[in-house]
Design a protein around this ligand. Structure first.
Ligand SMILES: *[C@@H]1O[C@H](CO)[C@@H](O)[C@H](O)[C@H]1NC(C)=O
Ligand SMILES: *[C@@H]1O[C@H](CO)[C@@H](O)[C@H](O)[C@H]1NC(C)=O
Ligand SMILES: *[C@@H]1O[C@H](CO)[C@@H](O)[C@H](O)[C@H]1NC(C)=O
Ligand SMILES: *[C@@H]1O[C@H](CO)[C@@H](O)[C@H](O)[C@H]1NC(C)=O
Ligand SMILES: *[C@@H]1O[C@H](CO)[C@@H](O)[C@H](O)[C@H]1NC(C)=O
Ligand SMILES: *[C@@H]1O[C@H](CO)[C@@H](O)[C@H](O)[C@H]1NC(C)=O
Ligand SMILES: *[C@@H]1O[C@H](CO)[C@@H](O)[C@H](O)[C@H]1NC(C)=O
Length: 817
């Protein structure tokens, strides 16, 4: 522009000056024109001086060429008669010519004053006139006005771009722009310096761009600062940061001790500031940055998430931490001691489960031994042979969440004494049980069975072991060994069992006893294992326990005595058995018992029987022995005869009156009915054997001479009549099938009762009873026919009703003797 202003007018000026020179001035030496060029800046509204040579020329002329035009127009000229200011000068400010020079002074420069000023000056020198062309290029500069900032977006989102413009009303270019940022902390930094471009491009805006902005515009004239403008970068939320107080981090995340107060602080950078929401295991629990849990509990373990939200941008970010609440296990550690390495060593087990994190455990008294320390459960192997009986081991447990040390202890001890063996059998000897035990001890001992050859039998068990075998005679004489092992006892202990079938012996295999006495049968059991008892069986092969009154058992270590009480010759004789059976065999031996009857006592006869007074209330009775024999006593029987017959009737029962000692030979019978008629008899007894009754006699009245003879004859007649009658009866009875009518005639059909009372031998059951009775009985008894008629001392107890005694006894005695 300057060049264009300055370059064009040379020819024009020349043309302008030629007529002027030709008209008045004599040009002595045309020579060469001198050109000088200067550039001057002025500031609008102020003043400037445009110089035209150092001295005042003789003639000069100022011309002005407006920029953009070719026309040169005169502003001032002075041909020697003072400067003449042209009208044009009014447009160029307050233009004056400095006196004594050709320089122009322009005040209050308007913009329009800008252009090329040409001063054509002519000097009349001794060497001739000299022509100078002074070109003065005047620029009118405009100072920058106070700039202002225009932002394309005053709240840009981080990462986007924005433009800031530094706006200016006026100011001559080029303008230099300096962008300053003042942070929140009032620190001023120069962000950019841009030459002649008022735009400041912020690509990729970030939060650090937030702050006050100023632009400083400067040009050749001045510089101006804008007011500050706030740039607010919108961003976030960033990934939140969670601070846990108290702070405790483990490889699993954060940890807290139970019952502590735990505070979770969430921070996420964001503009506008974040809104915070807390989640526990995905459910919302709190709103706000700081979530505090007072007295945290183990159930509060879990995932805590902080969600930060930028409500303006509707963006969010989230961070999750794991918080583990530490708590100690319940109770105390548990100590356990177990055998190991085949019962040679001890395993010390310590367990304390449940806490978080695992509790630390330590066995003492071990120091600096790695395997005696650990967590939750630890096992320490302790050599059995290095361990004394009753050693105590302590396990100590500690936990971060507890100041207390909890412990448990265990004492190892060996079982007392020696292992004990025994054998027994199940009921009925089905199974044989071999029992071995070694009681006590901690840990418990291992017990197992082997045969005598060393083969293990069954399984091994702790403390006690029962080997069950099916009973078999093959085990008789076999030995079984029980082994027992405990870690504290170096040697394996043993005990031995030998099985043996019972063996029975008796001192006497045949026993004899008089009836009525007790007898003791004895049996000895030897070599009997497992132990069993002797059982007794009577002569009927019945177990004696079934009749506790009859049999009494006495047991001692090896023998058992069976007492048979009040032996009876008929029922108690025979073979008894003593028997013993255990699981490996059995034995029984017979013992013969013979119960002997006492011999028949002697026969008797009544020597005297008489009322001792007329009152007929007391009778004196004397008797004497007829034969030799042993006896133990007598008894007297009475029969009351019916009135007035005064004749013996078989239906009238005998009534026993008294038992007498064997030395008695006389007895007084008192309290009789004076009007009654009586018959008496006396019988001797030898223990249980009852002798034959004496003859039956009725008492005589006290002395009255003929009386006894008459009575005796009458009685004798009666007896003979009775005999005849009875013989007839017997005949009828025996031949009742041949003469039924006769039988019925005499006895009648309904009269069977009386027949029963007669008790004839035919009505007894023949056979075995007959045979047994015969044994050991004195007198002939070989033929069955004779036995009917033969007298026999009966074994009937004396307390049988006397009426049962048949009358025929008396008769047969008389007949046979
Ligand atoms: C800028 O220049 C124009 C024209 O010259 C003038 O009218 C205006 O007042 C100036 N503005 C300032 C602030 O100087
Ligand atoms: C600023 O951005 C505008 C428009 O996008 C572009 O014209 C100008 O050249 C850029 N200025 C700078 C210094 O990059
Ligand atoms: C913001 O400034 C800080 C500190 O001066 C710096 O560490 C960080 O990297 C900056 N951020 C960006 C996005 O430039
Ligand atoms: C929360 O989650 C943790 C980890 O999955 C779990 O152990 C805990 O029981 C949960 N808590 C509740 C109350 O569901
Ligand atoms: C365990 O000990 C017993 C006796 O001490 C022995 O017979 C057995 O072979 C041992 N077992 C092992 C596996 O060592
Ligand atoms: C071991 O100690 C226990 C208990 O004091 C005792 O009963 C046992 O007999 C002892 N054993 C040995 C082998 O000393
Ligand atoms: C059992 O019998 C034996 C042999 O006869 C005898 O030695 C022992 O004393 C008897 N025992 C009793 C309690 O009678």
């Amino acid at each position: 522009m300057v060049h264009r202003v300055l370059g064009v007018p040379y020819i024009c000026l020349t043309v302008l000056f030629l007529p002027l020179l030709l008209q008045g001035v004599e040009i002595l030496d045309p020579g060469q024109v001198v050109y000088t060029e200067t550039k001057t800046n002025g500031v609008v509204g102020r003043g400037v001086i445009l110089e035209c040579g150092p001295t005042l020329p003789d003639v000069y002329i100022w011309g002005f060429t407006q920029p953009g035009t070719d026309t040169i127009r005169a502003v001032v000229y002075n041909f020697g008669k003072g400067p003449k200011i042209q009208k044009l000068a009014n447009e160029l400010g307050e233009l004056t010519v400095i006196s004594n020079s050709a320089s122009l002074s322009i005040d209050k420069l308007p913009l329009a004053a800008e252009g090329v000023y040409t001063c054509q000056a002519l000097y009349d020198t001794p060497d001739g006139a000299k022509l100078y062309y002074y070109y003065v290029f005047l620029r009118v500069l405009v100072p920058v006005t106070k700039p202002y900032i225009v932002m394309s977006d005053s709240s840009p989102v981080e990462g986007t771009s924005m433009i800031m413009r530094c706006g200016l009303e006026n100011g001559t270019r080029p303008i230099n722009y300096i962008w300053e940022q003042e942070s929140r902390e009032s620190k001023v930094t120069t962000m950019a310096e841009i030459y002649d471009d008022n735009q400041f491009n912020l690509t990729d805006v970030n939060r650090n761009h937030t702050g006050w902005y100023r632009c400083l515009a400067s040009n050749q004239v001045n510089q101006q600062r804008s007011d500050r403008v706030w740039l607010d970068t919108i961003f976030g939320p960033d990934q939140p940061q969670i601070d846990v107080t108290p702070y405790s981090v483990t490889e699993r995340g954060y940890s807290a001790l139970e019952r502590e107060t735990v505070s979770l602080l969430c921070q996420a950078s964001s503009n506008p500031p974040s809104q915070y929401v807390w989640f526990y295991n995905n459910s919302q629990v709190f709103t706000g940055p700081q979530f505090t849990i007072t007295k945290i509990l183990r159930m509060h373990t879990g995932h805590y998430a902080c969600l930060a939200q930028n409500t303006y941008l509707n963006t969010r970010s989230r961070k999750t931490i794991t918080l583990t609440v530490y708590y100690p296990p319940d109770g105390a550690p548990t100590c356990l001691i177990l055998p190991t390495n085949n019962y040679t060593d001890l395993a010390l087990l310590c367990t304390w489960e449940g806490g978080i994190p695992a509790a630390a455990l330590r066995w003492t008294p071990y120091v600096f031994e790695k395997e005696s320390e650990g967590f939750t459960n630890i096992t320490k192997i302790q050599k059995g042979q290095d361990t004394a009986n009753n050693s105590v081991f302590i396990c100590q447990g500690s936990h971060v969440a507890s100041n207390e040390i909890k412990s448990c202890s265990v004492k190892t001890w060996a079982p007392y004494g020696e292992p004990k063996c025994s054998a027994y059998a199940t009921r009925n000897n089905e199974y044989l049980m071999l029992s071995c035990s070694w009681e006590g001890g901690l840990p418990r001992a291992l017990v197992w069975w082997s045969s005598s050859t060393g083969d293990m039998q069954g399984t091994s068990e702790e403390n006690a072991n029962i080997l069950v075998l099916r009973s078999s005679a093959t085990y008789s004489g076999k030995a079984f060994v029980c082994h027992a092992k405990h870690p504290l006892v170096k040697e394996t202990k043993q005990c031995v069992l030998k099985l043996e079938a019972p063996v029975l012996v008796t001192q006497r295999s045949a026993m004899t006893v008089y009836e009525g006495n007790d007898v003791q049968l004895s049996c000895v059991l030897s070599r009997n294992y497992p132990v069993t008892e002797i059982s007794w069986y009577n002569n009927q092969k019945q177990h004696v326990n079934d009749s506790p009154l009859k049999y009494v058992l006495e047991r001692a270590a090896a023998w058992t005595n069976l007492t048979v009480r009040e032996t009876d010759s008929e029922t108690d004789s025979g073979q008894y058995w003593c028997s013993a059976t255990n699981a490996v065999g059995g034995a029984e031996i017979p013992i013969m018992l013979m119960v002997k009857r006492y011999p028949m006592p002697p026969d008797l006869s009544i020597t005297r029987i008489m009322y001792n007074s007329r009152q007929r209330t007391d009778v004196d009775l004397d008797w004497q022995l007829q034969t030799e024999g042993e006896l133990t006593g007598f008894f007297i029987e009475r029969q009351r005869l019916p009135e007035p017959a005064k004749k013996r009737n078989t239906d009238v029962p005998w009534q026993k009156l008294v038992d007498l000692d064997p030395d008695s030979r006389t007895f007084q019978i008192n309290n009789l009915d004076p009007n009654g008629a009586y018959a008496f008899r006396i019988t001797a007894i030898n223990h249980r054997t009852i002798g034959n009754p004496s003859d039956i006699k009725s008492p005589a009245d006290p002395p009255f001479n003929a009386y006894p003879a008459v009575i005796g004859a009458a009685i004798g007649g009666m007896i003979i009549a009775t005999i005849i009658t009875i013989l007839l009866f017997m005949y009828v009875v025996r031949n009742r099938n041949n003469n039924p009518r006769l039988h019925d005639l005499i006895f009648g059909r309904q009269n069977s009762q009386s027949r029963e009372n007669i008790n004839f031998p035919e009505d007894e059951v023949p056979g075995t009873a007959e045979g047994e009775r015969g044994t050991g009985e004195p007198g002939p008894s070989a033929t069955p026919a004779a036995s009917m008629a033969l007298p026999r001392p009966t074994a009937t107890p004396t307390n049988l009703p006397p009426g049962e005694e048949p009358v025929n006894v008396t008769i047969t005695v008389m007949a046979s003797s």
